[in-house]
Design a protein around this ligand. Structure first.
Ligand code: NAP
Length: 226
């Protein structure tokens, strides 16, 4: 991986931050994206630079097509190419389905499904020219199995799994691999906020796994780098 370049969306904290740092540790220059947490993203970029790699912070909402186009252009301008795209940015949209508000539904689908498509399309055009690339989408176990009050989240993540399959079958001829990683629950801000709201019980969730533990961000970042 030494000398490769990557863009990780939603890399200011949580799973995205761990992925960005793990790639940097393997010799990859990493663009760190966030939508608003610029100070946190800058800290991640500083850590990457301390590992001896180049890093830039790009503030962009992945659901905005123009912003995504500019983000990919910036990566190519700064790093010369884009070898790896990790579509990680995500938000929680937990609600009983009968009360799920239209704006929450639309935002969830916009960020977690349309955003993955916009970023993949913009980076894919460059990767097709390069005749190489890796796209890794962070889906979720919620895209595979049912969990109450996750109508929007699960639909978006199931969509990401379907999108991954379509793009991988379509772009394999350009030497582009498209894969998805579907984590179970990982203790991050996203999950901690749901615990605070009383929507999740971590002990109960851990009790459902064979080893009685929740995943750590490093378990997911290892898998993505692999
Ligand atoms: P997190 O700690 O809440 O971090 C979310 C990241 O996404 C932040 O960097 C946030 O930056 C960014 N983001 C949110 N909306 C964005 C947008 N519109 N454009 C660009 N960036 C945006 O979440 P996490 O738990 O690490 O989750 C990361 C991914 O893993 C998500 O796709 C999530 O669905 C998935 N996942 C998580 C778990 C889990 O248990 N934690 C399990 C399975 C899958 P800003 O603050 O700047 O918006």
């Amino acid at each position: 991986l030494k000398g490769k370049t990557a863009l990780v969306t939603g890399a200011s904290r949580g799973i995205g931050r761990a992925i960005a740092l793990e790639f940097a540790g393997e010799g990859v220059d990493v663009a760190v994206n966030c939508s608003s947490s610029v100070a946190e993203a800058e800290k991640v970029a500083q850590k990457i630079k301390k590992l001896g790699r180049k890093s830039i912070v790009i503030q962009a909402d992945v659901s905005n097509k123009d912003s995504v186009k500019k983000m990919i252009e910036k990566v190519v301008k700064e790093f010369g190419r884009i070898d790896i795209l990790v579509n990680n940015a995500g938000i929680a949209t937990v609600s009983p389905s009968e009360k799920l508000e239209e704006k929450v539904w639309r935002r969830g689908i916009d960020v977690m499904l349309t955003g993955v498509f916009f970023c993949s399309q913009a980076a894919g055009k460059i990767m097709i020219e390069q005749k190489s690339g890796k796209i890794i989408n962070i889906a979720s176990i919620n895209g595979i199995v049912a969990f109450p009050e996750r109508a929007c989240y699960s639909s978006a993540k199931a969509g990401v799994i379907a999108l991954t399959k379509v793009l991988s079958s379509e772009w394999a001829k350009y030497n582009i691999n498209v894969n998805a990683v579907a984590p179970g629950y990982v203790e991050t801000d996203l999950v901690r906020n749901l615990v605070t709201q009383g929507t999740l019980d971590l002990d109960e969730l851990a009790g459902r796994t064979p080893n009685g533990k929740l995943a750590k961000t490093g378990d997911i970042s290892n898998t993505v780098v692999f």
